[in-house]
Design a protein around this ligand. Structure first.
Ligand SMILES: [Zn+2]
Length: 396
């Protein structure tokens, strides 16, 4: 039996104790050290479950590549078309780039990632194949879930639906979608394909919905209808959902009630420059709210990094979360919220859960989020994968 004891850790910032990990899972807390066990010193660190990156695009990050000079037009379609061109010019290798992000994310305490991978008639399923390689290669440091993502639209580019099917057959675990009205300009057609694939392949749905205000609300209502009609409650996520940040509060209330009833999850990046869903209000309505970095340093924008503690800070800032319990709620979107959205089995700090753990330097949870110091230790299924902010494996 493989036993590891980490002494002097504070689960979620509570009293110091020791945690015993056996065969990759949390066995118990506060027990005497058994003979033959490996012992590590937690030095009073806060113990939290692994951070969950619930929305990113690992296949097209520019991490480790030269600086990309961004001169892209303002519309969504400008960014989409520019990216397809730049992918060729810059030689963005999905396997190499996703590996770089996987290792960096692990060093920052992320143990689970949902990544949307482009599927289109130019790249085909090369992105899926590349990220699948990374998923396999780094399976001992991070779990990666792939969404087959029709970034360039489906119905406006014939042949994409067939490629989406191929991606799902090859190992993508989630079917994605994108602005049913804004990009395909055929909301019913787009969503019928997405939900049809979900039904046929028995996979969850995660739809990028950037459409603003009433247009977004209209698409969201179509998503809610289909979720209920197909019995997909608890298996559908709407990413971004900017329409929930619109000014018509009565309409927002009605949407929140309908989302809660259909058990649809909401993913936010807590954007600084767009209307955004109100995290606390959604959580209080019983909706699972998760957080993600979205694109990390790509042709869309230069800013993001995959640090989910920083994302918690951004969620807090965007939502005016100031009290300690509110900062803890912001962090929750980057841990338990993501885990519930992705239906991760045996996640958490309870005995029996996988020992996917992060030791945070900080006085309290809120202080750890605000200071964002290098992660003292990260474990994946009971094995140390990073120390003091440095991953134990190398990136390409
Ligand atoms: Zn995205």
């Amino acid at each position: 039996m493989n036993t590891l004891v980490i002494r002097n850790v504070r689960p979620m910032g509570s009293e110091a104790t020791s945690v015993t990990i056996r065969n990759g899972r949390i066995a118990d807390y506060g027990r005497n050290v058994e003979e033959g066990a490996e012992v590590l010193d937690g030095a009073g660190a806060i113990l939290i479950p692994g951070l969950v990156e619930a929305h990113t695009h690992m296949d097209k990050t520019l991490l480790g590549m030269g600086w990309y000079r961004n001169e892209v037009g303002p519309r969504l379609i400008d960014k989409i078309e520019n990216e397809r061109t730049q992918r060729r010019i810059l030689g963005i290798d999905p396997a190499r780039q996703s590996a770089r992000q996987a290792v960096l994310a692990a060093s920052l305490g992320t143990t689970h990632i949902r990544t949307h991978v482009d599927v289109d008639t130019e790249v085909g399923i090369a992105g899926i194949e590349g990220v699948l390689k990374t998923r396999e290669r780094y399976r001992d440091i991070v779990d990666i879930e792939l969404v087959a993502f029709p970034q360039s639209g489906m119905l406006i580019r014939p042949g994409t639906v067939e490629l989406m099917e191929k991606a799902l057959q090859l190992g993508a675990q989630v079917v994605g979608g994108l602005d049913p009205a804004g990009i395909d300009r055929d909301p019913k057609g787009h969503l019928d394909v997405v939900f049809g694939l979900a039904e046929r392949y028995g996979v969850p749905v995660d739809i990028h919905l950037h459409e603003p205000a009433e247009l977004g609300a209209f698409s969201m209502e179509l998503i809610i209808e289909r979720t209920k009609a197909l019995g997909l409650q608890g298996k559908v996520t709407v990413s971004h959902a900017f329409c929930l940040g619109m000014t018509d509060q009565e309409y927002v209330t009605a949407l929140i009630d309908a989302l809660a009833e259909a058990r649809i999850h909401i993913l936010t990046t807590a954007p600084a420059s767009r209307p955004a869903p109100a995290v606390k209000r959604l959580t209080e309505a019983g909706i699972v709210v998760a957080a993600g970095s979205d694109g990390v340093r790509d042709t869309w924008g230069p800013y993001n990094n995959p640090d989910m503690l920083e994302r918690a800070l951004l969620v807090g800032l965007r939502n005016n979360l100031r009290r300690d319990d509110e900062v803890a709620l912001a962090l929750d979107t980057c841990t338990f919220g993501g885990a519930r959205m992705m239906a991760i089995d045996d996640y958490g700090l309870q005995p029996g859960c996988w020992a996917d753990l992060v030791l945070l330097d900080g006085e309290t949870l809120a202080e750890a989020v605000v200071s964002r110091r290098p992660r003292k230790m990260v474990l994946k299924r009971g094995k140390v994968t990073a120390r003091d902010g440095v991953a134990q494996v190398e990136a390409p």
